[in-house]
Design a protein around this ligand. Structure first.
Ligand SMILES: Cc1cc2nc3c(=O)[nH]c(=O)nc-3n(C[C@H](O)[C@H](O)[C@H](O)COP(=O)(O)OP(=O)(O)OC[C@H]3O[C@@H](n4cnc5c(N)ncnc54)[C@H](O)[C@@H]3O)c2cc1C
Length: 331
C-alpha cells in the first residue's frame, strides 16, 4: 500500500528540527522528524549563552526537553538517516529511509554541519571527552584570563584567535605541523595582537583529569594550555539536496530567503546547514520561521489530519507562499 503524503518531512532532530517539530505539531500538521542522532548540541557540556538558562544548560538535556515538548503535542520523531531525496514530477518529495520512500509535500532540511577535527594523537578520545572546544562565540567568555591554544591552519584559525583576544591575552595559534596559510598582512595582525604562532607537529597530548594540560611538540618543547580550540571549519550536511539543484554557497551551506525557503520550491532549511551564525538560538529562530512558512504555504490545502484521504492535489501556485497573514494583508 502506498504511504500517505506528509505535509512536511523534517530531516534532522537537533535544536532546529525539534523547534520545527514543536511548531508544526501545534499547527496540527501531519509530519515526521527523522533524526540520525548526531546533533552538535550533544557535545555541549554546559551552554552559558542560551537565553533563559542563567545557570547554563547541558546540550543533551536541552534536546531531551525539546523532544518531550514536541512529543507532548503529538510529534512523531523517528531515529534513522535519510539517504536520498528526490522530487516527483507532481512536486511531491520522496525521501528514502531504510530503503523505503517517504512522500512529503515539503521538506525542512535541518541536518546541521560536521566539525573538522584536529589531527592530534588519540584525538577521538580527547574530543569525546569534550577537551577541545569548537566555538569561541559559545564559550570564549569562560576562557577569560586563561592560556588558550587555537588549532587552525588558515585565516579561520587567526580569526578565532583574534576573537578570543577579547577574553585572553595568552593565545597561541597552532598549525600542528601543517603550513600556516596566512598572508603577510595576517601574520602582521597576529603579531600586533601578540598571538604566538607555532607551526611544529605535536608528539603527545597530555591530559590531566578533564583538561588538555599540554602539547608535547616534536622538538621536545612542552606547551601548556588551559583551553584548546579547534578552528578548522566544518562541512555542511547538505549532500541530500545536491541532486535537487538547490542553491548552496561555496561552503555547501543552503542559501535561503527570509522565510527560510531555498531555491528549490517546497524545500526549506534551518539551523547550521543554512548560511548564517551557527548558534542554538539562530537554529531555533529559523526553524520557527520555516515551520510557519510551511504551515502558511499549505493553508488552503486541508490538513491531511482532517482530509478524507491523501489524494489531495498540490499546486504551489494556488497557495499563499508568504509567511504570515500580515504579509498577505499588506499585498
Ligand atoms: C562543542 C560545541 C559547543 C557548542 N556550544 C554552543 C553554545 O554554548 N551555544 C550555542 O548557541 N551553540 C553552541 N554550539 C553550536 C550548536 O550546537 C549548534 O548551533 C546547534 O546544535 C545547531 O542545531 P541544528 O539543529 O542546526 O544542527 P544539529 O544540532 O547538528 O542537528 C542536526 C541533526 O540532523 C541529523 N541529521 C543529519 N543528516 C541527517 C540525515 N540525512 N537524516 C536524518 N538526520 C540527519 C544529525 O544526526 C543531527 O542530529 C556548540 C557546538 C559545539 C560542537
Amino acid at each position: 500500500m502506498p504511504r500517505s503524503v506528509l505535509d512536511c518531512l523534517v530531516i534532522g532532530g537537533g535544536p532546529a528540527g525539534l523547534t520545527a517539530a514543536i511548531y508544526l505539531a501545534r499547527y496540527r500538521r501531519r509530519f515526521q522528524v527523522v533524526d540520525a542522532g548526531r546533533s552538535r548540541a550533544v557535545l555541549i557540556p554546559t551552554s552559558h549563552n542560551h537565553a533563559g538558562f542563567p545557570e547554563g544548560i547541558n546540550g543533551r538535556v536541552l534536546l531531551g526537553r525539546m523532544t518531550e515538548q514536541a512529543r507532548k503535542y503529538g510529534a512523531h520523531i523517528v531515529p534513522g538517516s535519510v539517504t536520498r531525496l528526490e522530487r516527483r514530477p507532481d512536486g511531491v518529495f520522496l525521501a528514502t529511509l531504510d530503503g523505503e520512500p517517504i512522500p512529503a509535500r515539503t521538506i525542512l532540511l535541518a541536518t546541521g554541519v560536521v566539525d573538522r577535527e584536529p589531527e592530534l594523537p588519540a584525538v577521538s578520545d580527547v574530543i569525546r571527552r569534550g577537551l577541545v572546544r569548537h566555538c569561541g562565540i559559545c564559550d570564549g567568555y569562560e576562557a577569560m584570563g586563561q592560556r588558550v591554544g587555537v588549532i587552525g591552519q588558515g585565516n579561520s584559525g587567526l580569526h578565532e584567535a583574534l576573537f578570543l583576544r577579547t577574553y585572553a591575552s595568552d593565545i597561541t595559534l597552532l598549525s600542528l605541523g601543517r603550513p600556516l596559510t596566512l598572508t603577510a598582512e595576517e601574520r602582521r595582525q597576529a603579531a600586533q595582537a601578540e598571538i604566538a604562532v607555532v607551526e611544529e607537529p605535536v608528539r603527545r597530548v597530555v591530559v590531566e583529569g578533564d583538561q588538555v594540560r599540554a602539547l608535547n611538540m616534536l622538538s621536545g618543547v612542552c606547551r601548556s594550555f588551559d583551553v584548546l580550540y579547534a578552528a578548522l571549519g566544518s562541512a555542511a550536511r547538505s549532500e541530500l539536496v545536491r541532486g535537487l539543484d538547490t542553491h548552496l554557497d561555496d561552503k555547501g551551506c543552503v542559501v535561503t530567503d527570509e522565510h527560510q525557503r531555498s531555491s528549490t520550491d517546497g524545500l526549506f532549511a534551518a539551523g547550521d546547514v543554512v548560511r548564517s551564525l551557527d548558534q542554538i538560538s539562530v537554529a531555533m529562530g529559523q526553524a520557527a520561521i520555516a515551520a510557519t512558512a510551511i504551515h502558511n504555504r499549505l493553508r488552503g490545502v486541508p490538513s491531511p489530519r482532517e482530509a478524507p484521504d491523501d489524494t489531495l492535489s498540490f499546486s504551489p501556485q494556488d497557495l499563499c507562499t508568504c509567511c504570515s497573514p500580515l504579509d498577505a494583508r499588506r499585498r
